[in-house]
Ligand binder design. Structure first.
Ligand SMILES: Cc1ncc(C[n+]2csc(CCOP(=O)(O)OP(=O)(O)O)c2C)c(N)n1
Ligand SMILES: [Mg+2]
Length: 1106
């Protein structure tokens, strides 16, 4: 404490930088730096104190100590007093032992002064040399030759020449031959303990200011700093054997040859080539080689467009013909919507020829949204580590590849970085590779970031950053080797910044001279990396010119053969582009059979008892009194055989765990639950970190349960859980938003992955999104999860009533992109969670979850609704007097979610139980057409109303209205000619064809037409012939490819078939559904609590009246 204080005040005192080390500070920013240094001194004091005497980081401290001691020996700690009085080195308390290459100063003949006790000048000079060494280590990267074009330097203050490192110091030419002892914080000496100053400077210059710029001195660990210093400073680290050089050359030849081949064969196609940064391919291979050698068996990669095809071809060794078929515009032979070739993923198992070990490589499919794939890769990696029991990340690792502009521009990079060290999210070190071509589309770095480097974001997690000139293959390989070893040693993130350039425009068709004329003039004259390296190897005699040519020709032949093979392909197969195959999951399964979701009552009782019990060692484990009451209340419910929301959820989790299904719940504050209802983790009130999680102790052979409070991020954490869910279908992965509306900060994950992943990339996911939702007077935020948005993205056709059969529900689920539901009972919540696993396929589930219902006395379910024979109810019909007296019921109110409880209360108060039926739509999408029809038929004389508490333009209304009409039209007599007339706004019907209008009585008779996608139905010719379709098994339709314009019927006012504008279509009997609820609103605001209650009452009055 005392020393920390001293260090702080010394650093702040003007003297601290007057006499010493002023050269460290550039004039214009010195004040800022002094403060920063002061803060850093305090923050990093402990690690600095562990350093041996007079090393770089404590040099100024020791100097000040020494000066203070000269003035007044009693002003310093007695250990320092003893040191300064002694003639030889005495290790002060708490300081690390002398290192192998550290000898007392007195052991040297320092500049001719033969003396047992060095004079103060000698000490000053040594301290200065040490400070110079440290300065190189800290700031050498600022002036390293990183840019192959030599036009961009990091935007840092001060001089960029070497002199700036030590210009203000007083060494002159005469000092250059003086021998200086090397501190233990440098390895430039190798076996030598001292070197002449000139040699010290030369070596430092070479290590830190050449083609590699290492940024690492901000790391808070001395051990890690030393580790890095050793890897870069040790003499000879950059010496490669001829074999190694040939391997680099061969790999570079392939990387370069691949782009050249594509350019030749598909000159007008976009491919986002890697030219200017081809070294990325050998770099990735080096990382993988070294990592495999160190034990890694599976590498999961995420990357954007740039160099993606090259990576697939030359890193993953994906068959070239499969890649080339992507250029041919072939039809798909299977599911998948033909996402562009540089977005598809892949998965390959192969032998690594360098290490002779088997390795799995996956490149995760990624959307255009740059960096969105990062957390997905991390989640997938984490899951793979989990399932392999790889708790330290020794077998599975991730590599994330970034563009320079995206890496610094996209916030999700930062959010993902912050997962890197969290216990339940870490992947034990990710290697980030930035393909830094010093441009983003058309924008220069100086306009796209405010930080000196595009990699600065990584500093927040203390990741070392290795900048390297992409034109120096050997420097790049060294950096990659160090990065792989770093990860294997410390299991922490690190960054490789490959500074190259972009030879062409953003894509190959783009003209870069419009915007970067000078840069491109330089690029045009710049030899490519392969040629530069080949010239070097030829000049030094490692290879001959003929060899270089023959390696290139050989690869071109390989490409030609694959090209010929690709020409024989007639279809692309999306199955070849799956990044997460679920081997064995689909095989032998009936795709339309759902396993039962009810379980034995004794199982429920067992889970309930465990869930409501304190830890087995309850006597020592002190639980908060409030939680004792919660547990007691749970126990009482179990005794009564009823469950509230939290208990229903625990029943679902517990029963799945019993069945061997891993459950993972993640999100902000999920362990307790935002609304303090869950309490899965009990905390010992007296012992830190002592916790008990009963769901982890339900059964001895259960699957693991994990519940994790996450970082305060939606984008990264939702992406992470999505990635986790992709890995293994036999797991229930749930992400919970704090309040439903916060999910919109993860919108890119929702849009780009969750809603569309299957249709784009044939990738299924059973991820559950729990979104607290309900207008409860809490203001514009915290109320709505924006259910309407999820519904709008649902692929459920509003105008198509699928054929009715026993398999209606499962077929709908099979065909939909995701499920959207709003359950009102714990039992239904329990069933829908279990159904996620019971389904023979996986679909994401968007689930509105309640807030006030968590404690609502009526929102409870008897065990009988969860036990064997019970199931998820898509609709919960009215079970009261109205149902017994259906034909006399005057009104049926359909609703979803918590408003149901308000409606029933109002109905009871008004004694209208016989007159008004209330039907809950629990699964909103896919829409339960069949059950709605059934309910409407049951109450045949009743008026039909949809009641919702959300505003009219929000919630379910716009989604359910057209679907109600479709459902109703199937339940009433309605002839085709009648139907014509029911289109009240039909103005320009240009066809006499009625064949697309569905018969209300025989829904199967038109099933062929109905089962066609809407575009196909819309554009079918008058004669009923169909346009060519690319309908996949999942019902996707590639309109762009298959528009047959000859067949297009130009009638956009009135879609053919069963489509109709919402609200205008009526049945023959005039049956329709009307809306009751709030008017449209610009936000989800309901005003003050009082206003909210007024509006809710108005809704209830309206809905509950006859
Ligand atoms: C989130 C997002 N915003 C914008 C874009 C459009 N866009 C595509 S590439 C690109 C430039 C990317 O630059 P950089 O990250 O440096 O990669 P490079 O293309 O240079 O390899 C932009 C802005 C995008 N794909 N994703
Ligand atoms: Mg770029």
């Amino acid at each position: 404490m005392h020393r920390a204080h001293t260090a702080f005040s010394l650093a702040l005192s003007p003297m601290a930088h007057k006499n010493f080390a002023t050269w460290l500070l550039s004039s214009n920013s010195s004040q800022k730096l002094i403060k920063a240094t002061a803060a850093a001194a305090v923050r990093t004091y402990n690690s600095a104190a562990a350093e041996p005497f007079a090393n770089g980081s404590t040099a100024s401290y020791v100097e000040e100590m020494y000066n203070a001691w000269l003035r007044d020996p009693s002003s310093v700690h007695t250990s320092w007093d003893a040191y300064f009085r002694s003639n030889s080195y005495v290790s002060p308390p708490n300081l690390a032992p002398v290192q192998a290459n550290t000898l007392p100063l007195s052991a040297f003949n320092l500049g001719g002064a033969v003396s047992a006790a060095p004079d103060s000048k000698t000490i000053d000079d040594h301290l200065a040399v040490q400070a110079i060494i440290r300065s190189y280590q800290i700031r050498g990267h600022n002036i390293a030759h990183l840019d192959p074009l030599e036009i961009n330097t990091p935007d840092l203050p001060g001089n960029t020449s070497t002199k700036s490192i030590y210009a203000n110091f007083s060494f002159g030419e005469q000092d250059m031959e003086r021998q200086f002892k090397l501190p233990s914080t440098t390895f430039i000496g190798g076996d030598e303990a001292s070197l002449p100053l000139k040699e010290i400077l030369n070596r430092l210059e070479n290590v830190y200011c050449n083609k590699i710029g290492v940024e690492f001195m901000f790391i808070n660990s001395l051990e890690q700093c030393n580790w890095i210093r050793k890897r870069f400073e040790t003499p000879g680290v950059l010496n490669f054997t001829p074999e190694e050089k040939r391997l680099i050359l061969a790999r570079l030849t392939r990387a370069t040859g691949f782009e050249a081949f594509l350019a030749k064969k598909y000159s007008s196609e976009k491919r986002f080539g890697l030219e200017g940064c081809e070294i990325m391919i050998p770099a990735l291979k080096e990382i993988i080689d070294v990592s495999t050698e160190l034990g890694v068996e599976s590498v999961i990669m995420g990357m954007p467009h740039r160099g993606r095809l090259n990576t697939l071809a030359n890193v993953c060794r994906k068959p070239l013909n499969q890649i080339f078929t992507q250029f041919a515009g072939l039809e798909a032979a299977d599911d998948g919507s033909g996402d562009v070739k540089y977005h598809l993923g892949t998965y390959i198992e192969r032998l690594n020829r360098v290490t002779n070990k088997n390795i799995r490589l996956a490149v995760v499919a990624n959307p255009s949204h740059l960096e969105a794939v990062d957390p997905v890769v991390q989640g997938k990696t984490r899951a793979e580590q989990f399932y392999r029991g790889d708790q330290e990340g020794k077998k599975v690792m991730s590599i994330l590849i970034h563009g320079d502009a995206a890496f610094c521009g996209q916030g999700v990079v930062y959010e993902t970085m912050h997962l890197s060290d969290l216990p339940d999210y870490t992947t034990h070190g990710t290697i980030h590779v930035v393909a830094n071509n010093q441009i983003g589309f058309t924008t220069d770095p100086r306009f796209s970031r405010s930080s000196p480097y595009c990699t600065d974001v990584a500093r927040v997690v203390n990741a070392p950053i290795f900048h390297v000139n992409a034109d120096d293959p050997e420097a790049v390989m060294h950096v990659c080797k160090v990065a792989a070893e770093w990860r294997a040693t410390f299991h922490k993130d690190c960054v490789i910044d490959l500074v190259g350039y972009r030879r062409n425009g953003h894509n190959e068709i783009d003209e870069p001279m419009f915007t970067q004329p000078l840069m491109y003039q330089k690029i045009r004259k710049h030899k490519n990396c392969l040629d530069l390296y080949a010239d070097k190897l030829i000049a030094e005699g490692t290879v001959t010119g003929e060899e270089v040519k023959s390696v290139a020709a050989k690869y071109e032949n390989i490409c030609e053969e694959a090209f010929a093979l690709a020409k024989t392909e007639t279809h692309v197969k999306y199955k070849d582009w799956l990044d997460s195959p679920w081997s064995g999951f689909f095989e032998g399964k009936d795709p339309l059979k759902v396993a039962p979701t009810g379980v034995k009552e004794e199982t429920l009782i067992h889970i309930g008892n465990r869930f409501s019990s304190p830890p087995p060692n309850a006597a020592e484990f002190v639980i908060h009194k409030g939680l004792m009451r919660v547990l007691a209340a749970r126990k009482a419910m179990v005794d009564e055989k009823v469950a509230d929301w939290a208990l229903g959820e625990a029943m679902a989790f517990g029963s799945l765990l019993k069945e061997g299904i891993h459950v993972r719940l993640s999100g902000q504050d999920v362990e307790r639950g935002t609304f303090s209802h869950r309490h899965h983790v009990l905390h010992h009130q007296l012992v830190d970190k002592a916790t008990y999680n009963s769901l982890q102790h339900m059964y001895p052979d259960q699957a693991p349960y994990s519940v994790s409070n996450s970082s305060l991020s939606e984008y990264a954490v939702l992406g992470f859980e999505h990635g986790y869910s992709m890995t293994n279908p036999n797991a229930l992965v749930l992400w919970e938003a704090q309040f439903g509306d916060f999910s919109n900060t993860a919108q890119a994950i929702i849009d780009q992955f969750i809603s569309s992943g299957q249709s784009k990339w044939v990738r299924q996911s059973g991820l559950v999104m729990l979104l607290p939702h309900g207008m409860e007077g809490m203001g514009p935020e915290h109320s709505s999860c924006r259910l309407e948005r999820f519904l709008q993205m649902s692929s459920d056709d509003p105008d198509y009533f699928p054929p009715e059969s026993d398999e209606f529900a499962i077929r709908q689920l099979h065909d939909i992109n995701w499920i959207v539901a709003n359950c009102t009972t714990p039992a239904n919540y329990y069933h829908i969670l279990r159904r996620q696993i019971a389904l023979p396929f996986r679909k994401p589930l968007i689930l509105c979850t309640p807030k006030s219902l968590l404690r609502h006395p009526e929102a409870k379910s008897p065990f009988s609704e969860m036990s064997e024979g019970s199931e998820f109810l898509r609709i919960i019909p009215d079970r009261g007097p109205a149902a017994d007296n259906a034909s006399n019921v005057k009104k049926v109110v359909f609703c979803t979610g918590r408003v149901y409880y308000d409606l029933t209360k109002a109905r009871t108060e008004k004694q209208l139980e016989k007159d008004i039926a209330i039907v809950r739509v629990e699964q909103v999408s896919p829409f339960p057409f069949d059950l709605v029809k059934e309910q409407a038929n049951l109450y045949k004389n009743a008026e039909l109303v949809w009641a919702q508490e959300e505003h009219k333009n929000q919630g379910c209304w716009t989604y359910v209205q057209p679907r109600f009409l479709t459902a109703l039209n199937h339940s009433r007599d309605i002839s085709q000619s009648d139907e014509q007339s029911t289109f009240s706004n039909t103005t320009t019907t240009t066809t006499t064809d009625n064949t697309n209008h569905e018969s209300d009585t025989d829904s199967d008779s038109n099933s062929d037409k109905k089962s066609k996608p809407w575009l196909s139905r819309m554009f079918a010719s008058d004669k009923g012939d169909t346009v060519a379709t690319a309908t996949s098994a999942t019902g996707e339709f590639n309109a762009a490819k298959h528009f047959d314009l000859k067949n297009v019927r130009h009638d956009f006012n009135r879609p053919a078939g069963d489509a109709a504008a919402p609200g205008v279509r009526k049945t023959k009997t005039g049956r329709k559904i009307s809306y009751t609820g709030r008017a449209c609103g610009a936000s989800t605001a309901t005003g003050s609590k009082a206003q909210h209650i007024r509006e809710l009452n108005a809704l209830l009055n309206d809905a509950i009246s006859t």
